[in-house]
Design a protein around this ligand. Sequence first.
Ligand code: NAP
Length: 254
Amino acid sequence: MAERRRPVVLILGGTSDARQLAARLAADPPGGARVVSSLAGRTKAPVLPQGETRVGGFGGAAGLAAWLREHGAAAVVDATHPFAARISANAVAACAEAGVPLLRLQRPGWTERDGDDWRRVGSAAEAADLLPSVGRRVFLTTGRMETAPYAGLDDLWFLLRSVEPPEDAAPRNLELLLARGPFTVANEIALMRGHAVDVMVTKDSGGGQTAAKLDAARELRLPVVVITRPAVPAEVCVASAAEAERWLAHVVAR
Ligand code: NAP
């Protein structure tokens, strides 16, 4: 008799939360499922999750729905970055179309603490509009994909830290620092002092991997322009890999 096809769990990844979940499921897959992690393929040398991995876009929501049907997916966990809004919206549409349960795994955002001087804005474009009134030497920590909004700010100087160099338009006065977190508070303070940074720009990514820069900015009493998160389109959302694992245990038949 042919072996019964194993259910498939798809993790949409590219984050440390997704890697944590993949590691937990590799040890004990729900219902004996085949667990597949998906990466967009943006970085040339990504940190790979444990277990099976696929790389590259699906071809929009329709392509993702087709993948889910073809592979007999039993559940999807969207553990992509809080700012990866397109793939999250695609996951909602594709799972609805293919009738597959969807969970959003998203770490909580950061909260302002005593001594912080945060200026919240809704987008990189708004951050660029605000910057000239806040500082002159900018520590830009929002990644290489979003440099274009700052490209016209010729009176400002930028320290851009990213894993790979920017490909889009970028500010003229820019120093590039290629680095991948996590970073320590002491190093962040030394970096900001060493470059006489007077304002930092960050997305509200949340989590511990890159939070040291916020502690450093507080210590140095630097203003921080914080880009707020896009809305979560998924109906069910959890904040940790452990909660996602429990949800999968219920959803994927044993
Ligand atoms: P995005 O704008 O939401 O997605 C753009 C397109 O990239 C999607 O339509 C999809 O292509 C493809 N894609 C994105 N994530 C994918 C995944 N996990 N597996 C397969 N295809 C994926 O995404 P983004 O902001 O460029 O982020 C890309 C990846 O980097 C995500 O996996 C995210 O978790 C990670 N990341 C993003 C940030 C950030 O700040 N945005 C930070 C750290 C890590 P198709 O439509 O062809 O399927």
